[in-house]
Write a protein that binds this ligand. Structure first.
Ligand code: ASP
Length: 315
């Protein structure tokens, strides 16, 4: 069976005009390192879930991306992170929301799936569970990042919130300059098993314990061996309302659409009609990997035993 790993580092208004040569190189290296880490697992007959977690850990440890070390700041100047994993073989899932001081939130999400008896833990309870499982912690200053801090300082005294770049308005209409830095991975292993994972710091200046689509099973993350594995990135509220990831799986399962047709229907039509901007990565049970986005660009990469390999950013 062919193997495939697909990753993303966020979607949005990513154009050549806003990227320097140094930026391009840094993103290329960051994406390639994650691709290599995850693909090495698949190549040595590891599971799709192990590959997804390995790739996402790499992205979480890289401050370029809005997840783990590079997580954005909340209205209160904190880093509150969300993450989820789903196993397409068992339909097991684990998710966490609003956690602080966890070095790799994706690892905690997997612990929730495998050891909590639950699917979704939040805030203090998730932190308490992390301690019982010995999940690696990190102090506040591990998450300090000058760029993210300055982005937050610019808007912290306003009611604006922003998706990792420039301020959106109060109704959540994105500023045209924004980009989204959430990370995700999907994989198909040599046994034809699928897995998906997503990890994010959410939105700069977010308030009131806001949670986006990323950790919500069926919205930002979903995997099912009979259809596909999906990880989304974009403006979380419309993705939640459109239940994007599960909707794509349903279009394949109940209407017989191909992965490409199902993704196009949801990302380029349904989501657009409710003003949702962003994209996703997906893989089906034949190891066909795809990218689909309605934004100007998406940080992304794919490696497959069928010969495809590369990273890209622009549309
Ligand atoms: N979807 C994420 C959220 O709304 C943001 C992102 O993809 O960057 O929290």
């Amino acid at each position: 069976m062919p193997i495939t790993l697909v990753i993303h580092g966020g979607a949005g208004n990513i154009t050549p005009a806003m990227m320097t040569k140094e930026d391009e190189q840094a993103y290329t290296e960051g994406l390639q390192a994650a691709l290599d880490a995850g693909y090495a697992v698949l190549e040595s007959n590891g599971s799709a879930m192990d590959a997804v977690v390995a790739a996402i850990k790499e992205l979480e440890n890289n401050p370029l991306f809005n997840a783990g070390k590079g997580a954005v700041f909340t209205k209160k100047g904190l880093n509150e992170m969300d993450a989820a994993v789903m196993d397409g073989k068992t339909l097991g899932a684990g998710a966490i929301a609003g956690v602080r001081n966890i070095k790799n939130p994706i690892v905690l999400a997997r612990e929730v799936m495998e050891h909590s008896g639950h699917v979704f833990l939040s805030g203090n309870g998730a932190a308490e569970f992390a301690l019982t499982r010995g999940v690696e912690q990190a102090p506040d200053d591990y998450f300090f990042n000058k760029l993210r801090y300055d982005q937050w300082v610019e808007i912290r005294d306003s009611d604006f919130y922003q998706l990792d770049h420039k301020a959106d308005n109060l109704k959540g209409v994105p500023n045209p300059d924004h980009k989204f830095g959430t990370v995700g991975a999907v994989a198909c292993d040599a046994e034809g098993n699928l897995a998906a994972g997503t990890s994010t710091g959410g939105m700069t200046n977010k308030r009131f314990g806001r949670i986006g689509d990323s950790p919500v099973i069926g919205a930002g993350t979903y995997a099912n061996n009979s259809t596909c594995a999906i990880s989304c990135t974009g403006h979380g509220e419309p993705f939640l309302r459109a239940v994007v990831a599960h909707d794509i799986s349903c279009l394949m399962e109940y209407k017989g659409l191909s992965l490409q047709e199902a993704c196009d229907t949801v990302i380029k039509d349904k989501l657009v009609k409710i003003g949702g901007e962003g994209g996703l990565i997906a893989v089906d049970n034949k190891a066909n990997g795809i990218f689909c986005f309605n934004s100007a660009g998406m940080y992304r990469g794919m490696k497959s035993s069928t010969g495809t390999e590369g990273v890209a950013y622009y549309g």
